[in-house]
Design a protein around this ligand. Structure first.
Ligand code: PAF
Length: 300
């Protein structure tokens, strides 16, 4: 069984005795663990001697009217799952332990990268992610930390944070873990009714089809802004017809910049693309993404 720490000082006392000899990995989570989280822990075990999993439903990353109060808190079941993948320590602090003052007067903001996509409808979300991840990095001081690629924008923001604040931490993004029908695993999937759960894989199906269509257009040298818009409109219609309300459906370069269509026209410096979607089905706001790798097979 992993050892559970609720206090920063006691976790640090333990880790400080170990860190000169052993590599430490951190897997930050908000709990309610599923196979995607356990996959992160398995990867972490391969990269480090000690794996710390933090479980903290972070209030600062939830906006007003969002699901902070109802977010599932399942510490006992989470710890049992973590035992099955040999996690060493669980860090499960209280809100007071993490935030001496709430909201914290100190800000960790990510700038432009955080203002687009999820940041448009959740303007304070990434500030909350930034401060909690910065704090977890300072508390645990891991050599390596693991995040899921489902939260692609979050992963990009954390890489930027590590670069800009000179953390000596290697960030590893893990591929999306999906249910058999293709739905990306997420703690929020449990907000879906049975009927919505049947519908939800449409999101992934549409993204896969769109990725294939984009790859074909690019390969045939017929990719431009209007082609993209028309493919996006058709894809959005399929998602909406299935019952989703789309927050965004966009195609960006993999570093989350706007596409340089001129590069595609000239066939020079073309960059790999990523399709990103956020859409609400019933009570569940779901995220997914799909890479469009140029001249390479589609990654499913
Ligand atoms: O991805 C999550 O679960 C959270 O945003 C994180 C990184 C644990 C920060 O609270």
């Amino acid at each position: 069984m992993p050892i559970i720490y609720h206090h920063i000082a006691s976790l640090q006392d333990t880790l400080n005795l170990l860190r000169s000899q052993q590599r430490i990995a951190l897997v930050p989570t908000m709990g309610n663990l599923h196979a995607g989280h356990l996959q992160l822990v398995k990867m972490a075990k391969q990269h480090a001697d000690i794996v710390v999993v933090s479980i903290f439903v972070n209030p600062t990353q939830f906006g007003i009217g969002e699901d902070f109060d109802s977010y599932p808190r399942t510490l006992e079941a989470d710890v049992a799952k973590l035992a099955s993948v040999d996690a060493d320590y669980v860090f499960a602090p209280s809100i007071d332990e993490m935030y001496p003052q709430l909201p914290p007067p100190t800000k960790v903001t990510a700038g432009n990268i955080a203002m687009q996509l999820c940041g448009e409808s959740r303007p304070t979300h990434f500030d909350g992610v930034g401060i909690v991840v910065a704090k977890l990095f300072n508390i645990v001081q891991p050599d390596v930390a693991f995040f899921g690629q489902k939260d692609y924008q979050q992963l990009a923001i954390i890489k930027q944070l590590v670069r800009d604040l000179s953390y000596q931490i290697k960030i590893i993004g893990a591929p999306i873990v999906r249910a058999q029908d293709g739905l990306a695993l997420s703690s929020r999937n449990q907000y879906l009714t049975d009927a919505e759960r049947q519908t939800a894989p449409v999101l992934h199906e549409v993204l896969e089809d769109l990725a294939e269509q984009l790859a074909q257009k690019i390969a045939a040298d017929s990719f431009d802004e209007s082609v993209l818009q028309s493919l996006l409109t058709k894809a959005a219609q399929r998602i909406t017809q299935a019952g989703f309300e789309i927050d965004y459906l966009q195609v960006k370069t993999t570093d989350l910049q706007a596409i340089d269509f001129e590069a595609f026209k000239l066939k020079e410096n073309q960059q790999d693309l990523i399709i990103l979607v956020a859409a609400t089905l019933g009570q569940a706001r779901l995220l997914d993404n799909q890479l469009v790798l140029l001249n390479r097979p589609l990654v499913k």
